[in-house]
Design a protein around this ligand. Structure first.
Ligand code: GDP
Length: 197
């Protein structure tokens, strides 16, 4: 898919404040610092559409972008901040889970994980929750340029094995680098394929 236009629509503090759910929507989520903003910017061919390196713990918002005037890209707040209080973390969780469960036009959730790390409990728990809640999701490995190809494949293999302990089927997997601008095209192809734009 060629990106012709990508514009910021609004930031919402609650799922009820999100734009009218009248277009297909694809959301991106992951731990803070996973490279979400960088990947969104790389995919959209934009330097600073999504803000990079926001300070963890600040007000977390759901950001909507309108792409090619026919689908929404949603940048969800990062989960798993180590530095915020338990009650604030609970607020984030509520915001995210309410959005995911109530957003009628949500087609797919892209869960980002850093390719350098072994599967983290918080990511696996989140994916487990998605599965149990019937939320379609894919896994996006970020920062692939930081590893040699062999090491990247090894880490993806470890992830697959871990998932297959509890899942019969694997979700779609994407290996990306915002730095090298690789992998994002396959995500955009998937988005195009799942909708008749
Ligand atoms: P976010 O908090 O998930 O939005 O993460 P950011 O996009 O702000 O990225 C966090 C840090 O990782 C920044 O210092 C980025 O420059 C770096 N980063 C993000 N994506 C990549 C990538 O593909 N390759 C490399 N080498 N660094 C990346």
């Amino acid at each position: 898919m060629q990106i012709k236009t990508a514009e910021f629509v609004k930031s919402s503090q609650k799922w009820q404040e999100c734009p009218e759910p009248n277009l297909p929507e694809y959301a991106f989520i992951g731990r803070s610092n996973v490279g979400k903003s960088s990947l969104i910017n790389a995919m959209m061919n934009h330097k600073d559409l999504a803000k990079t390196s926001q300070t963890p713990g600040k007000t977390q918002l759901i950001n909507h972008f309108l792409v090619n005037e026919n689908w929404y890209l949603t940048d969800l707040p990062g989960y798993g901040y180590a530095k915020v209080s338990k009650s604030l973390r609970k607020d984030f969780e509520k915001l995210i889970t309410n959005y995911i469960l109530n957003r009628k036009n949500l087609v797919n959730l892209f869960v980002l994980v850093d390719i350098r790390h072994t599967p983290q409990k918080i990511d696996l728990e989140f994916m487990q929750w998605c599965g149990e809640s019937g939320v379609p999701f894919s896994i996006v490995f970020t920062k692939a340029d930081k590893l040699k190809p062999g090491a990247a494949e090894k880490n993806v293999g470890i992830y697959k094995n871990d998932l297959l302990q509890t899942w019969e089927e694997l979700p779609d997997l994407y290996i990306t680098s915002a730095e090298k601008k690789t992998g994002g095209d396959l995500i955009l192809d998937y988005i195009q394929k799942t909708n008749d734009f």
